[in-house]
Design a protein around this ligand. Structure first.
Ligand code: 5AD
Ligand code: SF4
Length: 478
């Protein structure tokens, strides 16, 4: 692993350099197409979070720029897996699929296989691929994704596996090609990395230290997106509440939100993820005041037990968390709340688990992602010797899931009959007479409508709740 790459180029110079590599890569693709007498295809498979989804849009942007055509399965000339390593099963999925890929490659010897993303930042993974998956052509990590075009050229020019993983970076390279998955909505990175080192979490080790983008670069990107038809953005960061702290001219996340809220033509602003320890009153007021900011907060709880939260290194306790929820509801009464919860953290007892259930019952989340604790090598928790027996974890997990689902269903049903703003997002996949849209809280609503409505917000009467989606009818234009 390299430490810091020789960081002598400015971000603008690096962008130019990468465009030169795209030019060169385009030549390779053209030559290969002539040789084969057909177009070359690619497939990008994304695992994990929204951050990875956004990174994949960057990969697609470059692959299309150099002349490849996208297809939606792995029978392609170029296949790249953008991996996740937050839990063990994310890793297992990748190994499983690599098995299939080796067969595809036997049938198509021109096939190029690449791996990138969080899992590749783990030395043990790279070692395993080097020895057991030798048909892989290219491996790179999270910090040098902006060098994708350059790495492609190196791969096209080499017969052996190219491996380029950096330990960290302080660089943010802007303005490379991006191909959005959706025309009307987009993720926007506002910061990279995480400094929190929650004791169960691998992310700080694979995504490096916190780096915030300059506010003017973020605003410029969003203005460009809006000019290109985007009406909803999701601001992305591992911990958006600590945005701007390390900028030369520090700026808070609340200030950034207020600035973005002024962008004309933008309709909805979402963000993810908020850490409770950094959630300021200033942010609550900004959410309350900014009309474009969705009244939805994803606020990972992880555990309701103050004792466990301390060992998790979360820097808040049960009462503080509940205090934030009270404050949020006081200022924004109809706010939707969602969360992440881990079951089976080392040493978690029945009592600890009951504390978690208690928070779930008190807060009444609109929805919650529940995870079984997964031991990640290299984290502090992995070294703890009081891992909870599997059956106990499973039993707690099922109880939690039942509780969470019951509450979600009740909360969803409570909106039935109400009239709520819905952003029309796309024609319904199964019925072209319907539009599929989303509420502020991200819940899906289907309602009769036409293509020209897409990108606009309508007041929709939620006639029927079907569990996790609604059927509705437009009341009036907003
Ligand atoms: N085991 C289980 N869940 C985890 N998460 C992060 N690390 C682990 C782990 N080791 C969950 C947290 C986080 C979400 C993205 O993934 O709940 O908020
Ligand atoms: Fe992981 Fe904690 Fe950072 Fe979230 S805040 S990415 S859970 S270390």
């Amino acid at each position: 692993m390299r430490d810091f790459e020789n960081v002598t180029l400015t971000s603008e110079e690096e962008t130019k350099r990468q465009y030169a590599f795209m030019e060169r890569a385009r030549e390779y693709v053209r030559e290969k197409e002539q040789q084969l007498g057909r177009k070359l295809t690619f497939h990008v498979q994304t695992f994990g979070c929204q951050m990875n989804a956004r990174d994949s849009e960057k990969l697609v942007g470059i692959l299309e720029n150099i002349g490849y055509t996208e297809i939606d399965d792995e029978h392609a000339d170029f296949v790249i897996y953008n991996t996740c390593t937050v839990r063990e099963n994310a890793n297992n999925k990748v190994y499983g699929r690599l098995g299939y890929l080796s067969n595809y490659k036997k049938k198509n010897p021109h096939m190029v296989i690449a791996l990138c993303g969080c899992m590749m930042q783990e030395p043990a993974v790279v070692e395993k691929i080097r020895t057991s998956y030798r048909f892989v052509n290219l491996i790179f990590g999270t910090h040098n994704i902006y060098k994708f075009a350059e790495l492609l050229c190196r791969t096209f020019e080499s017969d052996s596996m190219i491996v380029d993983i950096w330990r960290d970076t302080d660089k943010i390279v802007e303005d490379l090609p991006v191909k959005r998955k959706f025309s009307f909505k987009s993720g926007v990175n506002i910061m990279f990395g995480c400094n929190n080192f929650c004791s169960y979490c691998i992310v700080p080790y694979v995504r490096g230290r916190e780096r915030s983008r300059q506010p003017q670069d973020i605003i410029r990107e969003i203005e460009g997106l809006v000019a290109d038809g985007v009406c909803e953005i999701m601001l992305l960061g591992q911990n958006v509440n600590s945005y701007g702290k390390n900028l030369e001219n520090p700026m808070t996340f609340a200030e950034l939100l207020r600035e973005i809220n002024k962008i004309e033509g933008l309709k909805r602003i979402r963000f993810m993820t908020s850490h409770p320890k950094d959630l300021s009153d200033e942010l609550i007021y900004a959410m309350r005041d900014c009309d474009k900011v969705c009244k939805h907060m994803h606020l990972p709880l992880q555990s309701g037990s103050s004792r466990i939260l301390k060992i998790m290194n979360r820097h808040y306790d049960k009462e503080q968390y509940l205090g934030i929820v009270r404050k949020l509801r006081q200022e924004i009464p109809d706010i939707a709340l969602t969360t992440d919860i881990i079951v089976g953290f080392p040493g978690e007892t029945e009592e600890d688990f009951l504390e978690t259930l208690d928070v779930v019952q008190q807060v009444e989340y609109d929805s919650a992602f529940t995870f079984i604790y997964s031991k990640r090598t290299g984290t502090l928790a992995a070294a703890m010797d009081n891992q909870v027996p599997e059956e106990e974890v499973k039993c707690h997990f099922d109880r939690l899931l039942r509780e969470v689902s019951g509450i979600s269903a009740r909360k969803a049903a409570a909106l039935e009959g109400k009239v709520m703003p819905v952003l029309a997002e796309e024609i319904n996949e199964h019925d072209a007479a319907l539009i599929t849209g989303r509420l502020d809280n991200n819940a899906v609503v289907h309602f009769p409508g036409t293509q020209d409505m897409i990108g606009n917000i309508y007041n929709v009467h939620l006639e029927e709740c079907k569990g996790f989606y609604y059927l509705g009818r437009v009341e009036e234009d907003v």
